[in-house]
Design a protein. Structure first.
Length: 522
């Protein structure tokens, strides 16, 4: 081993200065390239710990990472914190135990450190802040919600009912995309049930673009959520009918050869009818009363002036007169008239009218022309076929003549369709080379750099060393007998190096054998 190193050092020392420079430069390039590949392949893989962080949360998380001596990176203007991949989940659990991130909001941890000097007003204010912060943190857990803010307006309690004001709330959402109506309703009811005395009708939801997503009931009793619900209900009915009709048609004419569109007119009015119907012919005695009264009276003589005088003197004449009887009868019969009371409630969301339009592709005939090319001729559907398709559509959509439903079925050539031999190409869309390269990018880059270093550095270096070695063989001088080495073959006058080598090998075959053995050993 030491002998080989000594021979290599002697060989390098015998090279010209220009050759030494080129070999040194090549070695530096090789070492630098491999060092870069080794550093890049073994560098730390950082992954996102938290994103969309507020400045308060970002500062608190960075402080915790510094205390634990964990390397980190801050990107996207401080909204993203990245840590080594193997520590992501452990750090998330650890920071969650410390209450981070908290969305930049103060929660009920504000009461962890009680201060008995705090006034009642400050305690109520802190409770409102904590409740708003906890609600905002909960809302932030919804998908498509990047950030949120909750504002509660809780009036002071009053002893008089007429002076009592309702609790109201306002919610601001920073959304990645539009929220479905169901999720908006979930957020509204979440806040309404978390705050005492708050009704969903007094909750308003807006986004950061200034759009009102939800507003409680107005004076006329309508709400924006009901409008969104009506729109979703209408779309669901149209999509269901469209799917039923289109799948049936495509099962007959083939996939992609039928287009169906449905328009539904929905009556969202909720009607309550109260009817009372009377039948005068159908009667029944409800109650009957029979009352009879008899009165008897005595008829006196007419009083004269003499009679009055006798009464004054104390002489009272006996009264004489006949009695009279008076009878009074009262008979009352109450009849009950037949009465029918009905309360008819017509629910909201009834279908008033349906309009269905279906377009069906025709058939095609391949015609071979004289020049060898093929022409595709379109053949439209016949009237009898369109009539059958129309009957199928009527049955699939639930046609009702009383609603004046409309159905239209036409046969029009489509602009193009997917050929049969392209089905495999469509299925291969699931293969994403970009994702594959992103997944194995390190292995691919390492292989590429190794191949590049071999062809651009190692291979030219080997060729150069071989060429230099061949030249050095002919430039070495003849060594003393018994030593390993080569003889220097100098050019004689009128003889080339090749002729000189042939001459030496003929005149001294033993030395020639030693030279060849030396070459083989190297």
């Amino acid at each position: 081993m030491n002998g080989s190193i000594t021979q290599f050092i002697d060989f390098v020392g015998s090279l010209p200065f220009s050759k030494k420079i080129s070999i040194a430069f090549t070695l530096i390039l090789v070492i630098t390239g491999f060092a870069f590949m080794f550093f890049w392949a073994n560098q730390e893989n950082y992954q996102v710990l938290f994103n969309n962080l507020s400045p308060q949360d970002g500062g608190a998380i960075v402080t915790k990472l510094k205390e634990k001596n964990i390397p980190y990176r801050v990107e996207a203007n401080g909204t993203i914190v990245m840590v080594p991949a193997e520590k992501v989940y452990e750090l998330r659990l650890s920071l969650a135990g410390d209450g981070l991130p908290n969305g930049g909001n103060v929660g009920f941890e504000i009461f962890d450190k009680a201060d008995f000097r705090t006034t009642k007003f400050v305690q109520e204010l802190n409770y409102r802040r904590a409740l708003q912060g906890e609600l905002a943190r909960t809302i932030n857990l919804f998908k498509k919600v990047k950030a949120s803010a909750v504002f509660l307006a809780i009036p002071k309690e009053s002893l008089f009912i007429e002076d009592k004001k309702p609790v109201s709330a306002s919610i601001q959402l920073d959304l990645e995309s539009r929220l479905p109506t169901g999720k908006v309703a979930a957020i509204v009811h979440l806040v309404a049930n978390a705050v005492e005395g708050l009704e969903p009708d007094h909750v308003t939801v807006v986004d950061t673009k200034g759009r009102v997503i939800f507003k409680g009931e107005t004076g006329d009793g309508t709400s924006s959520l009901l409008s969104n619900g009506q729109l979703d209900y209408k779309r669901n009915i149209e999509n269901e009918i469209k799917e039923n009709v289109q799948t049936m048609l495509e099962g007959i004419v083939g996939p992609g050869k039928a287009i169906v569109r449905v328009s539904a007119e929905i009556d969202f009015n909720r009607i309550i009818l109260n009817e009372e119907e009377y039948d005068p012919l159908a009667t029944a005695v409800r109650s009957k009363r029979n009352f009879e009264e008899t009165m008897r009276t005595a008829q006196r003589e007419a009083e004269t002036s003499q009679t009055l005088l006798n009464r004054r003197t104390g002489v009272v004449p006996s009264s004489t007169g006949a009695q009279r009887t008076k009878t009074k009868k009262d008979i009352a019969t109450n009849y009950e008239i037949n009465k029918i009371t009905r309360e008819i409630i017509k629910p909201a969301g009834t279908v008033k009218r349906l309009s269905v339009a279906a377009v069906i592709d025709g058939t095609y005939k391949l015609e071979k022309l004289k020049d060898g090319t093929t022409k595709k001729d379109y053949i439209p559907r016949t009237e009898a076929e369109l009539k059958k398709f129309e009957d199928i559509v009527r049955r699939a959509m639930g046609y009702n003549e009383d609603r004046e439903d409309q159905v239209s079925v036409s046969s029009i050539p489509f602009s193009g369709s997917i050929p049969v031999d392209m089905k495999d190409a469509v299925k291969s869309k699931n293969f994403d080379p970009i994702m594959l390269m992103a997944k194995y990018r390190k292995i691919i880059v390492n292989l590429f750099l190794i191949i590049l270093a071999f062809f651009l550095i190692v291979r030219p270096l080997l060729k150069s060393v071989k060429g230099i070695a061949k030249e050095a063989v002919f430039e070495r001088k003849e060594l003393p007998p018994g030593t390993k080495g080569y003889v220097e073959i100098s050019e004689s006058e009128g003889m080339s190096q090749k002729e000189r080598v042939l001459e030496i090998s003929t005149s001294n075959p033993e030395k020639t054998g030693e030279v060849i053995k030396g070459w083989i050993g190297e």
